[in-house]
Design a protein around this ligand. Structure first.
Ligand code: BES
Ligand code: ZN
Ligand code: ZN
Length: 511
């Protein structure tokens, strides 16, 4: 997908496709007066075409409604696509993100390869035009993702179906072009990064081992100012990461510990550390999972992938921040020397844990990474993990569960998610949950001694590895990182969603 910003113009060329945005015309069509279309800067012939459609009630501007005037050859354009935005008073950047997805799908389905987007109509009434334009661009970019590389087919032969691949944003005469250009660039960066991370998530475990994840991270960071360091098994052992080692023991593939560093801020600025669960396949280990849909456990590295994406996006955006990404990567398999229920592991910070269920492995690999993150004396630690099935029960696939005891950080997270359009929900974490995780034969147990609140007790376990003076939040993305259905038209129904990268980038700006 190519996304660009042109100069203000009303001349698009006789072969062009123009996309305009129209708020809901609702009941106003009943009145005798001509319908007030909020399509400013549009020539009168095109405005009349839309007005006629509204008059005939074939298009009323409802959210996600479309009217495609194909080969209409009116007002100097070949095709006109009108996209509804719904109630004028309720149009947010998220409405435009959705509208971008609807535009992509309609144009792609209509075999249109290039279109001009009438920004004045899209941004009409928006408080922050740049943010709204960025959202529209993200909607387009995020819709342009599908994992096709594993299907055979003639790679030499050009695809018969043309794909929508070029969007040109045309600003209104009074627009702030510099701010819009920045917004377009940000949409491109975030869209491309999220799509790359979705690919990491979607690749099955034989195409995404810990070693491959590390290699792909190195490739991904090429050309950016991100330094990637990869620790192999010997180094992980030397670094006393007993949790990561213990989980990896049952697999024939060695673990990796991936470190990303970006220093865009001053030397004295404390880093923000993002930690992500990089479980490239979770069979459950000796506490093996049922076979039904076990293939879904390829997605158990989405937290890690999205942390990798966050650091790379921050670098590409050139934010003046110091950021570190830590991704412990391993498989969880029941091989001959696998960790067994009851085994006790010793972690980097010296704490001991009895592994009563080998399927509660995410917390074991994160524990070492959080202990390491603490040593970096960061401004904040943020982790993302497909950690518990319990969060799927609690919040389904709409909201990501957020756990933190830090009030200021809670508010910063809510604000960042509001800006990015991703949904989060604050969840409890309490001393009760900590005491539920005490061990009988070791400091801690990796499962709770009580039924229920499985996501909160998992979060309480993680907390034991974070320095008490460091603002920390845990994001349980088990319900939102993959297969979120048709909730968001710019996310694949099946497969990795790339969730939280956009929120993390926003959050980092505020930390
Ligand atoms: N990777 C799973 C969590 C998960 C479940 C992610 C469903 C996505 C969808 C995690 O490692 C796990 O197996 N957790 C166990 C913990 C339990 C044994 C305490 C769970 O949630 O069942
Ligand atoms: Zn598990
Ligand atoms: Zn897992």
């Amino acid at each position: 997908m190519k996304l660009s910003l042109s100069k203000p113009s009303k001349d698009f060329g006789p072969q062009s496709t123009l996309v305009v945005f129209v708020p809901s015309q609702g009941d106003s069509t009943k009145s005798k007066k001509p319908t007030p279309l909020a399509v400013s800067d549009l020539n009168s012939e095109l405005t009349q075409l839309l007005r006629d459609a509204v008059g005939e009630k074939s298009f009323l501007g409802g959210e996600k409604e479309t009217c495609f005037f194909r080969s209409c050859n009116v007002g100097g354009v070949k095709n006109l696509l009108a996209i509804g935005l719904g109630d004028k008073a309720k149009i947010t950047p998220e409405t435009l993100r959705v509208a971008g997805a609807v535009a992509f799908q309609t144009l792609n389905g209509g075999k249109v390869t290039k279109a001009h987007f009438h920004l004045a109509s899209a941004l009409y009434g928006q408080k922050d035009a740049a943010l709204a334009a960025q959202a529209l661009g993200e909607g387009l970019w995020l819709s342009d993702y599908k994992l096709e590389e594993l299907k055979s087919g003639d790679k030499e032969k050009p695809k018969e179906t043309p794909k929508f691949s070029e969007a040109i944003f045309v600003p209104g005469a009074k627009a702030n072009s510099a701010a819009l250009a920045k917004a377009v660039a940000a949409a491109e960066i975030l869209g491309a990064v999220v799509n790359t991370c979705r690919r990491f998530g979607d690749l099955p475990a034989n195409f995404m081992t810990p070693e491959i994840l590390a290699d792909e991270t190195v490739k991904f960071a090429k050309g950016t100012k991100v330094k990637v360091t990869v620790w192999d098994k010997a180094r992980i052992k030397k670094e006393r990461m007993g949790g990561l080692l213990g989980v990896s023991q049952g697999s024939g593939h060695d673990p990796r510990f991936i470190i990303l560093e970006y220093n865009g801020g001053g030397k004295s600025k404390k880093p923000i550390v993002f930690v992500g669960k990089g479980l490239t396949f979770d069979s459950g280990g000796i506490s093996i999972k049922p076979s039904l849909q076990m293939d879904d456990m390829r997605y158990d590295m989405c937290g890690g992938a999205n942390v990798i994406g966050t650091v790379i996006a921050i670098a590409q955006l050139g934010l003046k921040l110091n950021v570190v990404g830590l991704v412990p990567a391993t498989e969880n398999m029941p091989g001959p020397v696998a960790t067994k229920p009851g085994d006790v592991l010793t972690f980097r910070n010296g704490k001991t844990v009895e592994v009563l269920n080998t399927d509660a492995e995410g917390r074991l690999i994160l524990a070492d990474a959080l202990a390491y993150a603490t040593e970096l004396k960061p401004a904040a630690i943020i982790d993302a993990a497909t950690l518990t099935g319990a969060i799927v029960m609690a919040l389904g696939n709409t909201h990501t569960g957020v756990f933190t005891r830090n009030k200021k950080l809670s508010q910063q997270i809510l604000d960042a998610a509001e800006t990015s359009g991703e949904l989060v929900w604050l969840m409890p974490i309490h001393d009760f949950h900590v005491s539920d995780m005490k061990g009988a034969f070791a400091d801690l147990s990796n499962i709770s001694s009580f039924k229920g609140a499985g996501s909160a007790t998992a979060a309480a376990f993680l907390e034991q590895f974070v320095g008490s003076d460091i603002p920390w939040a845990h994001f349980d993305v088990a319900g939102t990182a993959w297969s979120i259905g048709s909730r968001f038209p710019y996310c694949p129904k099946q497969g990795a969603s790339g969730i939280m990268i956009r929120t993390f980038v926003e959050l980092a700006k505020d930390l």
